[in-house]
Ligand binder design. Structure first.
Ligand code: ASP
Length: 349
């Protein structure tokens, strides 16, 4: 599925891609979800308002993924938490104003990116969370409905039947590596917060999308249902600016997928954009941002895409087998899926 024109190289143990595109307008997103790219592209080129076209593209692309559930890791019916409930995180950011709208742990509303857009357009706030974000959405006309499906319910039942393994509790009793909760703090002096072995290719993913129009207006956004079997209330990196996504018309934009509990500590998309501001190519900027994480968390899993204001694309990944991402420009009649191998890391047991 990869484009023959794509350059790949292995530098410092992180795979990077360069020269995937150098043209505007452009839409790019994480993972092989071209239906989302196409929806974003269609909104970008058909939007009647040039002031909002890139935001419309992010909203349309992420909405498509929320409706299709992409690989089950975006939207309803995926990643049930410890109570069996799916909750959603989403962010939309305007690179012209640096305004943003986000929702975290949104309950019982399917269109998380739509609610994030409402926060952007119709409030002076940046993020709403949990039950009260749902209340805000419903007051503004969004439908309230269960996000559970037969599939998410059976994933949750299966997890319960395996003594709630894996889970994200540490330093507590009963032993969370063998038992379900409820848990209570224990003074075990372990430093296992630095382990990232619970993140596996099959238990997470996020759509992160970038759009840049012909005039250099940029937007970026994300939508996800987070991590499988997360502790109820957990919010990942995806709705946090600089973690899940960041954009600035002066420079370009970046999006991330991977272990959000680590990424929100090191703000890799902010770092990537700032690296490009200092003159780095998108691929060097992505590589540097991931290297900064790997210095602290050597088993980290994640991937970054950066697009600069010229429309040049760079990506880097670590910890997965492969990382695929989509790019659409006027150079081709359809979305190109690029696939790059990532460096393999030994996971702690
Ligand atoms: N970053 C997401 C989260 O931690 C998951 C992912 O992108 O794989 O919620």
């Amino acid at each position: 599925m990869s484009n023959g024109a794509v350059l790949q190289s292995l530098v410092f143990g992180i795979t990077v891609i360069s020269g995937a595109s150098a043209t505007l307008p452009i839409v790019a997103n994480t993972w092989p979800w071209p239906q989302a790219t196409d929806a974003g592209w269609k909104a970008l080129i058909s939007s009647s308002d040039s002031n909002t076209a890139v935001l419309d593209a992010i909203q349309a692309g992420c909405t498509k993924c929320e409706e299709d559930q992409c690989d089950g890791t975006v939207g309803f019916g995926g990643s049930p938490d410890e109570n069996g409930e799916t909750t959603l995180d989403a962010l939309i950011m305007d690179g012209t104003t640096l305004n943003m709208g986000a929702v975290g742990a949104l309950r019982r509303v399917k269109n998380a990116i739509g609610v994030a857009r409402l926060v952007l357009d119709n409030t002076e706030h940046s993020m709403l969370v949990g039950e009260l974000a749902t209340e805000f959405a419903v007051q503004n006309g969004f439908k309230e409905e269960s996000l559970a499906t037969n599939h998410s319910t059976s994933m949750w039942e299966n997890w319960k039947s395996k003594q709630c393994q894996p889970n994200y509790h540490i330093n507590c009793i009963p032993d969370p590596t063998t038992s379900c909760g409820p848990y209570h703090p224990a003074n075990l002096q372990s430093n296992s917060k630095n382990k990232t072995g619970n993140i596996r290719p099959d238990n997470h993913d996020t759509i992160g999308m970038i759009a840049i129009d012909n005039n250099g207006k940029t937007a970026a956004g994300t939508s996800t249902n987070g991590l499988n079997h997360k502790i109820p209330g957990r919010v990942g990196d995806s709705p946090i600016p600089g973690a899940g996504a960041y954009t600035d018309d002066d420079v370009g934009a970046a999006v991330a997928t991977g272990d959000g509990d680590v990424m929100m500590r090191l703000l890799p998309t902010y770092q990537l954009v700032e690296n490009m501001r200092q003159g780095m190519s998108p691929e060097d900027a992505a590589r540097d941002a991931l290297n900064r994480i790997l210095k602290r968390y050597s088993t980290f899993e994640g991937a970054l895409i950066g697009v600069n204001i010229k429309g040049e694309v760079g990506a880097a990944c670590t910890g997965f087998e492969n990382f695929s991402f989509c790019v659409r420009t006027a150079k081709s009649t359809n979305t190109i899926i690029h696939s790059i191998p990532c460096v393999k890391l030994d996971k702690p047991k």
